[in-house]
Design a protein around this ligand. Structure first.
Ligand code: SF4
Length: 383
């Protein structure tokens, strides 16, 4: 079995009671069957507590005031301290490590929703290399796994990472490139012309393609009215999602009021001022784009929908950019890494840590006109 992970993956260490926002509150923690059996057999006073604080029907820990029933007042886990590390359920043992499963391959990542993981991901000075480790495991055979498509997606992802690393391309060009090429390749996937992907990758890799696509993209540049409307419409859909933290919606509303109440000229002026003020942001946004592409893109092997995965990655980064800009305005034009870190892990918790929200986002992207090719190019290339 191959285990693939970004080079920063092994840097993670939980800081437990020093964590600014524990992961054991705000969402329901589901328990795997093996752990449920262990909890069921546990004897004594703590066994009674386990019996009472688990929703056995649903297979989850009870919550008090949105906090896990086993989280103590110092934000430490009572299961860990009373029963031992080996009694943690799979979710708690793994988090924030995330696994995507493919035939004989596991792709590992750190979830952005953990403040420490977000810190590691955002702080990367260069985009991380992907490491492959071989582990002795019985071979798997998935009944309907399209290995050819998966291989092409891997090639394509490698090309995307090369483009994201290219220092001579601007960030907005890189996003537009991902969007345009995913749009193009999707038509081949729909026609089952998977072999064509090789030719397309070759075409996209030449400098000539860069020159020609720049000409096409230039018609979307500096269109402030359309750009602002496109970003606002995408941002507004965040209000349609299930809310995990009660403070999230008032925070989003405050951001929206600060961003979109003035004219497009004022809006763009604020964007330029923020960009000039918060210089390191470009690498952070690239790291985020890399994260979303890495985690989600190859899932297209299961639904043949590459274009939605790439749009999801781009839209998340655009939304985070918008929130950053709003927070900078709200904070009297000041912004630092700590603020960025908090925005990113809170955003990820809301969007990525609810299966309902992931599904809803996917449907919105698939069906909403605000995610059309033209609209997204307007949103990306406006500045
Ligand atoms: S959010 Fe991350 S750092 Fe904080 S307690 Fe959870 S795993 Fe540890």
């Amino acid at each position: 079995m191959d285990y693939i992970f970004p080079e920063y993956y092994k840097k993670f260490k939980c800081i437990a009671d020093r964590c600014p926002d524990t992961c054991c509150a705000g969402w329901k923690i589901m328990i795997d069957d093996k752990s449920l059996k262990k909890y069921n057999k546990y004897k004594g006073d703590f066994g009674n507590r386990l019996a009472n604080c688990i929703d056995w029907k649903e297979g989850s820990f009870h919550q008090y005031d949105k906090r896990c029933a086993f989280l103590d007042e110092n934000n430490l886990c009572d299961i860990y301290s009373e029963a031992g590390k080996e009694y943690l359920c799979k979710t708690c043992r793994r988090y924030p490590r995330h696994y995507e499963e493919f035939e004989n391959i596991r792709e590992l990542s750190l979830s952005l929703s953990c403040p420490v993981a977000a810190n590691i991901i955002l702080k990367e000075k260069e985009l991380p290399e992907l490491i492959t480790e071989k582990r002795e495991m019985p071979l798997e055979e998935y009944e309907y796994f399209d290995f050819l498509l998966y291989t092409k997606l891997l090639q394509l992802r490698e090309m995307y990472f090369d483009v994201l690393s290219n220092k001579s391309y601007a960030l907005n060009y890189k996003m537009a490139f991902l969007l345009a090429t995913a749009h193009d390749i999707q038509t081949r996937i729909n026609k089952n012309e998977i072999f064509e992907i090789d030719n397309l990758i070759e075409k996209y890799s030449g400098d000539d393609f860069y020159r020609k696509s720049n000409i096409v993209f230039s018609k979307y540049c500096d269109n402030y009215d359309m750009g602002m409307k496109a970003r606002r419409d995408v941002f507004d859909n965040l209000f349609l999602l299930e809310v995990l933290n009660d403070e999230w919606t008032p925070f989003l509303r405050q951001c929206r009021d600060n961003l979109y109440s003035d004219s497009a000229d004022t809006y763009i002026g604020e964007k330029k001022a923020f960009k000039a003020d918060y210089l390191p942001n470009e690498q952070e946004y690239l790291n985020l784009l890399h994260y979303f592409v890495y985690v989600y893109m190859c899932g297209a092997v299961y639904d043949d929908d590459l274009y939605t995965k790439i749009r999801f990655a781009i839209v998340n980064v655009l939304n985070i950019m918008e929130i950053d800009n709003a927070v900078w305005k709200i904070s009297n034009r000041s912004f630092d890494f700590e603020m960025q870190n908090k925005i990113v892990y809170r955003y990820s918790r809301e969007v990525e840590h609810s299966d309902i929200n992931l599904k809803h986002m996917e449907e919105l992207i698939l069906n909403g006109k605000e995610y059309s090719y033209e609209r997204l190019l307007n949103a990306i290339l406006m500045i």
